[in-house]
Design a protein around this ligand. Structure first.
Ligand code: ADP
Ligand code: 5GP
Length: 215
């Protein structure tokens, strides 16, 4: 099933949908499902200095780059936001996001609280921030291990950081506990649909209503 806003004749200001969570809570899984069902939404593919996990493709899941490449991009102002997360550097390339928003698309970001903060400082009216929590710490660990892609030491590090990540939950507009995956996907889709209908985002509405009223 695909869905899209059903008012194509009213132009809309693009929004920036941010999903954050402690690692393993399920944000990439939820993001993937939303993206598959929505042709008005594009994923912002981040740059990272971490190594690809099995199955991860350069340019699809991340742009995998060296520290030197990332430093050059920072110096050139190529990132909308960037931060150190765990032992690596992550950043959102500026150009694709600006292009997508200019083309009237919404953009989905799978970034941490530092990135969410920086995007909020730059575009407070355009961000919609969702924080995703795991149902319990034991379930978080089960998911991190179940993903089967990170070595034991990486899983331990991520579990140790989970509490400080979750400290930032109150900086988000929406918070959901990802117990049932389908319910979480439905919740994120509902948030997206409602946010798209916000009056402030429907910049073509004034003209549309004026025409409806015969003015
Ligand atoms: P994140 O992107 O937040 O690090 P992932 O989306 O990679 O997390 O999810 C971690 C693991 O948990 C994956 O194996 C995923 O299939 C699984 N998962 C995600 N949501 C749920 C859920 N609601 N119930 C059970 N397993 C889940
Ligand atoms: P992972 O290594 O599991 O893919 O991601 C680790 C953490 O980095 C996750 O919390 C993820 O949301 C965050 N992250 C991924 N890309 C970016 C980015 O471009 N900027 C920021 N600030 N965080 C990111």
């Amino acid at each position: 099933m695909t869905f899209a806003p059903d008012m194509p004749h009213v132009s809309r200001r693009g929004l920036m949908l941010i999903l954050s969570s402690p690692s393993g809570a399920g944000k990439s899984t939820i993001a993937q499902a939303i993206l598959e069902q929505d042709n008005c939404l594009e994923l912002s593919v981040s740059v990272t200095t971490r190594s690809p996990r099995p199955g991860e493709i350069d340019g699809v899941h991340y742009h995998f780059r060296t520290h030197t490449d990332v430093e050059a991009m920072v110096a050139a102002g190529g990132f909308l936001e960037h931060a150190q997360v765990f032992d690596n550097h992550y950043g959102t390339p500026r150009e694709p996001v600006e292009k997508a928003l200019a083309a009237g698309k919404d953009v989905l970001f799978d970034i941490d609280w530092q990135g969410a903060r920086q995007l909020t400082e730059k575009a407070a009216n355009d961000v919609v921030r969702i924080f995703i929590l795991p149902p319990s710490l034991s379930e978080l660990e089960r998911r991190l291990r179940g993903r089967g892609q990170d070595p034991d030491e990486v899983v331990r590090k991520r579990m140790a950081k989970a509490s400080s990540e979750m400290e930032h939950w109150a900086e988000y507009d929406y918070v959901l506990v990802n117990t049932d995956l389908d319910a979480s996907i439905r919740a994120v889709r509902s948030i997206l649909e409602a946010e798209r209908l916000k009056r402030s985002r429907q910049k073509g509405m004034e003209t549309f209503v004026a025409a409806l009223r015969g003015l």
